[in-house]
Design a binder for this molecule. Sequence first.
Ligand code: AOS
Ligand code: ZN
Ligand code: ZN
Length: 388
Amino acid sequence: MAFTSQTASRLEEQAIELPSWAFGNSGTRFKVFTQPGVPRDPFEKIADAAQVHKHTGLSPTVALHIPWDKVDDYAALREHAEDHGVALGTVNSNTFQDDDYKLGSLAHRDPTIRRKAIDHHLECIDIMDMTGSRDLKIWLADGTNYPGQDDMRGRQDRIAASLEEIYARIGDEQRLVLEYKIFEPAFYHMDIPDWGTSYAQVSALGERAVVCLDTGHHAPSTNIEFIVMQLLRLGKLGSFDFNSRFYADDDLIVGAADPFQLFRIIVEVIRGGGYGEEGDTAFMLDQCHNIEDKIPGQIRSVLNVQEMTARALLIDLPSLDAAQAAGDVLTANGTMMDAFYTDVRPDLATWRQERGLPADPIAAYAASGYQQKIAADRVGGTQAGWGA
Ligand code: AOS
Ligand code: ZN
Ligand code: ZN
């Protein structure tokens, strides 16, 4: 199937949320590399994120992280975002940076620490009310390092009770989104290690509790698109944290290691009704740019997602369906591969030009002088939070 006007208009439905932390300094546990011009406060992170949207038309919202993006005046931050042509998006909580959380947060045995962690989430919901955000995203670092360190069942029950209290404060238009991760920072067990656990927890809460799938949070060789299919089938795929992994939670540019996997994931999102206006699955990036420039790194990322979405939209569905029904394995697989191997980049350049966007967003950003300007203007930019 060729790139048609229908493909073009379906692409208009795409929105990819950017993480505010992608614009700050970041690194690994070994080294945080600083870059000239990184934002000094959340306002500047929003301004940088707005550059990505300006050049691509793909990223109208920015996710916040509390406390990294704590400000005195959220109405002012919201207005600042709107002035820059974007809106504030998901609020990410953080219960992994305090000494208090060494043995867990929502799963902790000590009720005072659990209280502190629950209260942090209630504060995040208060912030969401001010920013107009829909989603509270919870990723828990809770887990243990050694067999016998704690009772896994008790921890699961405490998480359930803590989440219930948080969910009770979620507004009618808001959602609680629970992310899972196979390992790290805990290495013997994580309390929310997989989609099944996240699904069990959010299902016990109610309709407005859903799962976040971070593409870097699985064992090697996991069939992620199968999980996408299943969660959509169950009505619980709330959002993606997109990134790319070679080994573990690499947080690299989405589509870098395996564009074919990204394609297969998006095929299932479209198949399952999660895409665009008909769906409720939020596309977000969860990435850090440790060695490359951050704004062009984000531009490349959203373009990669768009490119694989365009290819996924090209699948000749009637032919695929007929081949599947006939048990014609080779034709069915060939139909998928025909779409995957189609170079849509010229069509996407035209798509952008027709919408008043630059044909080549990375070149346009480089030519804009913005990078030089922030490098000159900003001194003492902040650490994103990772690798501290
Ligand atoms: C951690 O590994 C997770 O991917 C989190 O989604 C995220 O990176 C963190 O919560 C930053 O907000
Ligand atoms: Zn994530
Ligand atoms: Zn992660």
